[in-house]
Design a protein around this ligand. Structure first.
Ligand code: AMP
Length: 483
């Protein structure tokens, strides 16, 4: 298809995890372990690229980390002491494999591999300009835009060309890159997506979340700061700040849903924050009931917080099958509906004749809530009060968390009362935006200068949304190239 709009045949909004190892025996094996711990960040594809001191090697495939990297021969085919990897959620289809990361290109200064978590909000705009000037794109991923910007930059060194490229992009990026000279980790100036650094003996590790350090026995060193670039080569670890400083705005949804509860993000234990949100929720929206029931697994920490604060007993009223992936991460609506039934089952013996508070982390389309409320009623619950451990999700994310277009967000279409009727709950309530910030240890959401990106709840996007203000048209490619 003739197109400069990557949205046409694939999805640009991705959920991803990245992991990199510099200077370890069989680095690819360590990366496979790390990616395994990041599997929740993207379950449809995984890839690893290694550098053996002379050549780059790569294996990228659709499917889970375990299925792709569990064989000795696969890891042996990725030799070297330097490697990086990526897990990704994308739509399925024949175009998908070319988008699986790390992406790799031979540039003037040598090979360049890149693994990206986040989403650029001006990638289509830049891509159109690059295509007009003769760039030939191999994928529909926004990440490839960075490679082309590096390739066409006129600065002398690879690092300078990389910085030059990043100064032109907007949006969210936590990146791990490999060149023959070393490994580069970089977090965008707002620090929207997380990125941490660890140590494993002599090896330096970079990962989306601390849980990936834990799993391979690495020690947490520190997070990569918003706007920071860390360059590792030989035994040297250098840190530079190549961007104009701005107040950081890390994504609050990492705390609500996206990160694993055993991770520490921007200095906060995700588990503790989720419990604190549940306690706020109880203070703000208390209701009389017999049990607090979490929607597993994502609602569990908040439900514990709600139960502890309210004094209502916490019980497992829903049992989750662990052999089904995250409901939301399925490409088609019909599979999503099917997924909910496969994933959760009611604990009838407990629920019969009981009034329950059902706690989940978020409502997106409302599909999960509607099915689960019905499941609770079918199992004999007499009252079902739904409590949500985030404010209503009213706006799409353009920074790397997969949310549907606004029209499909239940809270963008309905009032809370209408939503309660739609999911057939006796009552429905969300934690307030200030309650969410209190759970992060703040008094309230600072007006004008909030500490996090909360655009999905407030609609205040911290970067320009160049691509979304001006929808590109596919015939633009036929226009004459400007002189
Ligand atoms: P929905 O059924 O569309 O309302 O989705 C809500 C459910 O999906 C909640 O139980 C969340 O745990 C989960 N969820 C929320 N946001 C995301 C996301 N970006 N990716 C995957 N799952 C999500």
């Amino acid at each position: 298809m003739l197109t400069t709009n990557p949205f046409d045949d694939d999805k640009l909004r991705e959920e991803c995890g990245v992991f990199g190892v510099y200077n370890a025996e069989s680095a690819a094996a360590v990366v496979a372990l790390g990616l395994h711990a990041l599997q929740h960040r993207g379950q449809e594809a995984a890839g690893i690229t290694s550098w053996d001191g002379a050549l780059f090697h790569s294996h990228r495939a659709m499917g889970h980390v375990a299925g792709n990297f569990d064989r000795d021969e696969t890891i042996r085919a990725l030799p070297g002491r330097v490697a990086c990897g990526h897990v990704r959620y994308s739509t399925t289809g024949e175009t998908a494999l070319r988008n699986v990361q790390p992406l790799f290109a031979e540039l003037a200064g040598g090979g360049f591999a890149i693994a990206h978590n986040g989403n650029l909000s001006n990638a289509i705009h830049i891509r159109q300009e690059l295509v007009r000037r003769g760039s030939i794109f191999q994928s529909t991923s926004d990440t490839e835009t960075i490679i082309h910007l590096v390739a066409t930059s006129t600065y002398p060194t690879m690092i300078d060309r990389f910085i030059d490229a990043l100064r032109r992009v907007e949006g969210a990026y936590s990146l791990i890159c490999m060149t023959p000279e070393g490994m580069i980790a970089c977090r965008d100036p707002l620090g929207i997506r997380p990125l941490v650094m660890g140590k494993l003996g002599d090896a330096t590790i970079f990962a989306s979340e601390t849980v990936a350090l834990d799993v391979c026995g690495a020690e947490f060193v520190r997070q990569i700061e918003p706007g920071e670039m860390v360059i590792v080569s030989d035994t040297l670890v250098r840190s530079i700040r190549p961007f104009a400083p701005v107040a950081p705005r890390p994504c609050v949804f990492e705390h609500v849903y996206f990160s694993r509860p055993d991770s520490v993000i921007d200095g906060h234990s995700v588990y503790s924050v989720r419990k604190a949100i549940g306690a706020e929720l109880a203070r703000e929206t208390l209701v009389e009931a017999d049990y607090v029931i979490p929607v597993p697994d994502s609602g569990v920490p908040a439900a514990i917080g709600y139960a502890q604060e309210s004094g209502i007993p916490f019980e497992l009223g829903i049992i989750r099958s662990h052999y089904v992936g995250r409901t939301f991460i399925q490409p088609a609506d019909n599979i999503r509906h099917l997924g909910v039934k496969l994933k959760h089952n009611a604990n009838r013996a407990l629920l019969e004749g009981k009034r329950i508070v059902l706690v989940d982390d978020s409502i997106v389309r409302g599909t999960t809530s509607m099915k689960i409320v019905q499941m609770m009623r079918d199992a004999g619950a007499t009252e079902v009060h739904m409590r949500i451990a985030s404010p209503p999700t009213r706006h799409s994310c353009f920074y790397g968390v997969d949310t549907p277009e606004r029209a499909k967000l239940l809270a963008a279409r309905m009032t809370v009362e209408e939503m309660a009727a739609y999911i057939n709950a006796d009552s429905l309530a969300f934690v307030s935006v200030d309650g969410l910030y209190r759970a992060l240890g703040e008094q309230c959401r600072a007006l004008g200068r909030p500490s996090h990106c909360d655009a999905c709840f407030t609609g205040e996007y911290p970067t320009p949304l160049t691509d979304h203000e001006e929808i590109p048209d596919q015939f633009a490619m036929l226009e004459p190239v400007p002189a």
